[in-house]
Design a protein. Structure first.
Length: 222
């Protein structure tokens, strides 16, 4: 049986500026974080600020297994100094069967390699802050784009309470402050405008607009 990415804590590998900010943001959101870095000085620096910090070579699958990363639902490879190390770390996590692997890319070519060896989500630190990525990792949103503080658009899987209901029955704008503007049905490759009387299915992907906080609450419905 496939593991649920929501099960267990979140590993952050690489405690540079981006990775440490991400680990702090995830901790502030109330999630258990295991931070890993091969640099003893960084491990010592963050050991008093984060719940769990371990020194290890993240390219070594056995070392990650001993730290328990194979039991976690999500891992973020935040390594920026070495493309080789980031790729080998993603490969090791994929071999461990981590259900959701996020990885930092420094170029389009790097992103393509990361995806090919097992990264499920690739991000560019220039476009994502540690805090913004933390919110994205722990939500059910597939991705999102913010247009200032008042407006955002996100791709979201249909939340469980809405499955089997028709869009014109749910008063989403009144109840959640969001508006569904598009949908992709299972097996389709293109999005289309949503019909008022469409029955929502768990395999559908929605395009939803609202503030980022409203979208996060909507995506987290259970």
């Amino acid at each position: 049986m496939a593991r649920n990415p929501d099960d267990g804590g979140i590993a952050v590998i690489g405690l540079g500026r981006f990775g440490s900010h991400l680990a702090e943001s995830l901790s502030a959101l109330g999630h258990e974080v295991l931070a890993v870095d091969r640099d003893a000085h960084l491990v010592q620096k963050w050991s008093s600020l984060l719940d769990q910090v371990a020194q290890a070579d993240s390219t070594d699958e056995q070392a990650l297994r001993q730290l328990g990363l194979g039991d976690l639902g999500r891992a973020v490879v935040a390594i920026g100094a070495s493309v080789e190390a980031s790729v080998l770390t993603v490969l090791a996590l994929a071999e461990l069967g981590v259900p959701q692997i996020w990885a930092r890319a420094t170029s389009a070519q790097h992103a393509k390699i990361l995806s090919s060896v097992g990264a499920h989500h690739v991000v560019f630190p220039e476009a994502e802050t540690g805090e913004g990525l933390a919110h994205l990792i722990v939500s059910r949103m597939l991705d999102s784009v913010e247009f200032g503080e008042a407006f955002a658009v996100a791709r979201i899987r249909v939340p469980p309470p809405l499955r089997g209901h028709r869009t014109n029955e749910m008063r989403l704008l009144d109840r959640y402050g969001v508006r569904v503007i598009g949908i992709r049905r299972p097996g389709e490759h293109r999005y289309r405008y949503i019909a008022d009387d469409l029955e929502l299915d768990e395999d559908m992907i929605l395009i939803v607009e609202g503030t980022i906080e409203q979208l996060q609450r909507f995506a987290a419905l259970s």
